[in-house]
Design a protein around this ligand. Structure first.
Ligand SMILES: [Zn+2]
Length: 52
């Protein structure tokens, strides 16, 4: 087994579909509704308040 350093590979995640965290905060914890826009303080479906 050799001790050669592995060549650095360039990051190929630039064309990722999207960071899950981006939409995770838009998902209601209670009913799982996915907000279409920016995260709202109150869920539009069940009215549950997301305690951030
Ligand atoms: Zn909800």
């Amino acid at each position: 087994m050799t001790d050669e350093p592995t060549p650095a590979r360039p990051p190929a995640d630039d064309e990722a579909v999207g960071d899950p965290v981006c939409w995770l905060e838009r998902v209601c914890d209670d009913c799982g509704a996915l907000a279409d826009g920016p995260p709202e303080p109150v869920c539009a479906r069940c009215g549950s308040r997301s305690s951030a």
